[in-house]
Design a protein. Structure first.
Length: 319
């Protein structure tokens, strides 16, 4: 039997991802410095935090002899698409369980079509069944039910967040420290938060004095604070006091992009030449601009915003 494929060889990610300075008078007059960690450039099909979180899980799946990955997500899930691409690259079959049984009869959107193009089998479940299954993923009988349908498989939760994924995200900080060796008090690393894995990894790896700020993209998602704390307990055996989640910049809910947020993204692109992904990245950057110069990002702050993914190639929901 041939040895498992090395995901880093098969996918050849661009690491470390580039770090670039943003010069913006609106921030400068408030005494805040902004840098962008361009994780959107890590890989064209498995960008940003998706590579960071998937890499250790891909290795585990291959080392354990799995032939199939199974995961969960919504209609425009970046994670679903990334799993499909990564699985195809390393020779693993993929199954994506998609929230919303009505989508089975609808024309495929660009994201799901791309996932199918990589060979992923899509299953469309009603929302109640979807939620119930996710809640029970830690239960052996739930996994057995999935394997009765699809055979033995390596199961990834929605968003790909587990302890291995959070540990993978710590590499973001390792790269930042290499580029900014003076990181410490005054530094804030900011990222969008959908499931909490990337934020958990960043916070766990930060040098003393630096802080992490997550921006929830889901409305009413106070549970995310508990999810991050749980990842720290399970992955590091301790808690960390150097992070917080902003719950005021979700734009009305997951997948929603109000007109003022779209205008902010367009303005940022015009000024700085970066097309901004709307559902995650724009909300995170808008939060930085809103908080700059205030109590949470006081003058003297150096903010590094992690650009977790590229802009959609075609308009997505809410745009």
């Amino acid at each position: 039997m041939s040895p498992p494929v090395d995901p880093a060889v098969a996918l050849a990610p661009r690491l470390p991802s580039p770090l670039q300075r943003v010069c913006d008078e609106r921030l400068a007059e408030r005494g805040v410095e902004l840098w962008l960690k361009r994780d959107d450039l890590v890989h064209p099909a498995v960008p940003g935090n998706k590579w960071r979180k998937l890499a250790p899980n891909l290795k585990a799946a291959l080392d354990q002899g799995h032939a199939r990955l199974l995961t969960f997500g919504g209609a425009y899930s970046n994670h679903i698409r990334a799993v499909a691409a990564a699985g195809a690259a390393v020779g693993l079959g993929t199954v994506g369980v998609v929230r919303g049984d009505e989508l089975a009869r609808a024309e495929r959107n660009w994201s799901l079509a791309r996932a199918e193009g990589y060979g992923m089998e899509l299953a469309f479940w009603d929302r109640a069944r979807f939620r119930e299954t996710l809640r029970g993923l830690a239960e052996p009988e739930t996994v057995r039910g999935l394997e009765e349908r699809w055979g033995r498989c390596y199961v990834l939760p929605e968003g790909g967040t587990n302890v291995a994924a959070a540990r993978g995200a710590t590499e973001i900080v390792s790269e930042l420290v290499a580029d900014l060796p003076d990181m410490g008090p005054g530094d804030v690393v900011c990222c969008a938060v959908g499931t909490g894995g990337t934020l958990a990894g960043i916070a766990a790896a930060l040098p003393e004095g630096a802080r992490a700020l997550g921006v929830a993209v889901v409305k009413g998602a106070r549970y995310l604070d508990g999810e991050v704390a749980s990842l720290h307990e399970r992955g590091w055996g301790r808690t960390f006091a150097n992070w917080r989640i902003d719950h005021d910049h979700h734009g009305g809910g997951y997948g929603r992009v109000p007109a003022e947020l779209a205008a902010f993204a367009e303005d940022f692109q015009a000024l700085h030449g970066l097309a901004v992904e709307r559902r995650y990245v724009a909300k995170m950057l808008r939060c930085v601009y809103d908080l700059a110069g205030g109590e949470r990002l006081p003058p003297g702050s150096r903010v590094t915003a992690v650009i977790t993914g590229p802009a959609d190639p075609v308009p997505g929901p809410g745009r």
